[in-house]
Ligand binder design. Structure first.
Ligand SMILES: [Zn+2]
Length: 359
């Protein structure tokens, strides 16, 4: 009797186990089908681009070092005027400014525009100054070039706000606004064209200054490249709805704990302006990264400057800016960054009619 009950019990346990196994397999299959159905159709094709953006973000982050504090003279609202009777004029070489240090830094930058074939003759605007913004622009605009007054202003927060106190960011901003002041495809065209050209060119000027020996420009190059690749990743996160995972990665890998609350505050601000944020990231980061920087890093192409010049032997020719210094910056990592990268027809650099005709 005991034996019979024992057999019946073990048969019951076996049946239970089988039922349980069927249930688990069924649930797993249903979950797999559910997940597979929810994966956007375009995601598999975008995965290599997402992986490349992630790799460049991390590589550039590791090499960008730490920003140093900005230590400059600054006369606030007292402008060192371009007035011959003012002895401060000599400090700024006649530029309207409130920082002799800033004008000195620009004088260091401007010859590179010609040296790097961004233009033939570098130009200096009338005014170059730290300037306050009165509205929310203060928290997300680093600098501006106005062609009407021919002036470059840098956000005054660079002078007093610890969040902006980073010399890599300041140099990158100065180079960027200075490029607008050169004209060509960096000033004329749609905002998307102008800003994406300028972002790409900024990177190459930073690389050139680094290759020449200016240490600050080396970290500025990696800092700019990190920012561009990270925002490209962020743009994919929005497109394919993995923003939560992006924010987690961003905090884990690229932001220290002190920056978390600031970064959350910024997220809350942009949550109210999602389209504006998407446009900004597209024109300053994703578009230049994928259609200008990567093609120029991985191929010998050249960025269309929009400048045509006359030459007695060559006739009229268009100036294209090579990315030789950026390529050198990548060095041994270049094959990995460029691994599997192909120019897309819509993104191909059209050497007759300009960069990226798809826009
Ligand atoms: Zn700009």
């Amino acid at each position: 009797m005991k034996k019979v009950i024992g057999r019946l019990l073990s048969a019951k346990v076996t049946v239970k186990s089988i039922l349980l196994a069927i249930l688990v397999i069924g649930l797993l299959s249903a979950a797999t089908v559910y997940v597979a159905m929810r994966i956007p159709r375009d995601l598999p094709a975008a995965l290599p681009k997402i992986a490349r953006a992630f790799y460049v973000t991390e590589l550039a982050y590791l090499r960008s070092g730490n920003g140093q504090s900005i230590d400059t003279d600054y006369s606030g609202g007292n402008v060192l005027t371009a007035d011959n009777t003012n002895p401060d004029d000599e400090l700024t070489w006649g530029l309207y400014s409130n920082s002799a240090w800033l004008t000195q830094l620009y004088r260091d930058v401007v010859p590179y525009y010609a040296y790097e074939k961004l233009t033939l003759e570098g130009r200096t605007p009338n005014m170059l100054a730290f300037f306050p913004f009165d509205n929310d622009d203060s928290f997300h605009i680093l600098g501006q070039y106005s062609p009407w007054s021919d002036s470059i202003i840098l956000n005054e927060r660079f002078r007093y706000d610890p969040r902006y106190d980073d010399d890599r960011e300041l140099l990158g901003t100065l180079i960027h606004e200075g490029i607008h002041a050169q004209g060509g495809s960096f000033l004329e065209g749609t905002s998307v064209e102008v800003e994406s050209n300028t972002s790409a060119a900024t990177l190459e000027i930073e690389a050139a200054m680094c290759q020449y020996g200016k240490k600050l420009a080396c970290s500025a190059f990696w800092y700019s490249l990190h920012d561009m690749a990270r925002n490209t990743l962020r743009s994919y996160a929005t497109e394919f709805k993995f923003e939560g995972f992006y924010i987690f990665l961003n905090k884990l890998l690229w932001r220290d704990a002190a920056e978390w609350s600031w970064s959350d505050k910024s997220l809350r601000y942009w949550a109210n302006h999602p389209d504006d944020l998407a446009t900004i990231i597209y024109k300053y980061d994703r578009l230049p990264f994928e259609t200008m920087v990567l093609p120029n890093l991985c191929y010998v192409a050249g960025l269309n400057t929009g400048f045509d010049f006359e030459d007695s032997s060559l006739g009229t020719y268009r100036l294209y800016m090579p990315f030789d210094d950026s390529q050198l910056m990548l060095g041994m990592y270049r094959p990995l960054v460029c691994w599997g990268f192909r120019l897309e027809t819509s993104q191909a650099i059209d050497t007759d009619s300009g960069v990226n005709p798809s826009r």
